[in-house]
Design a protein around this ligand. Sequence first.
Ligand SMILES: [Zn+2]
Ligand SMILES: [Zn+2]
Length: 247
Amino acid sequence: MRIRGAIHMHSTFSHDGTLSVAELAALYRRNNYQFIAITEHAEDLDHRRAECLLDQCREHSRDRLCVIPGAEFSCGEFHILGIGVVTAERQADAITAAETIHSHGGMAVLAHPKRFGWKCPTEILRAVDAVEIWNVEYDGRFLPSTQAAEAYAAMKRAQPPLLAVAGHDLHRMASFYDVALVMDVGEPSAAAILSNLRQGRYAIESRFFRSGPDGRISKPRSAFLRILSGQLRKMRQARSLIEELLS
Ligand SMILES: [Zn+2]
Ligand SMILES: [Zn+2]
């Protein structure tokens, strides 16, 4: 079975999230997603809230949507996503966070590289499974940052197995953009999805972009560039019209 999913979104369990878990589930179900991996800010969770998050993810995993709970650990300037791991334990640094995530059977993802200028110590790259080559909140919609390909290639030279993922980092309804992690699974369970993610058995797909888990772009950007040049032409026409009216 071919399924589409998204990782990295925040519900009201995070201080800056605006949608409940139920609303997140409904939003993604409506947009034809079969799994989401929620990553709440770990500093907003304590033991009770972590339990509550797990309950809600279980409750809303239905109607052909699997809701995988997780956390985002702030470790100085680096944020590490724990896909499939919810823990209220504080993490001393990014490497310890990745180790904790792995000890709980999760996937460790280095979030929004733009925040740290796309430069990260090799020890951290070696500790995580993947890096967000595209974070919709930080890098924008439609396409990854122009820096992404080069920066990811440099990271991969330091750590060849490092996977590429796209993350939504969604906090509110209006910032939804359809970029999916697409994979084939037998049974769409959280365990099977997590296993595919960790083994890099998925592709990143959006309207204007497609790449493998190795960041190799397989869909040309020409479609996007055609739309952009069409918009620019319209803007130029509008400007000359305004100038005519003003003269
Ligand atoms: Zn973050
Ligand atoms: Zn986040």
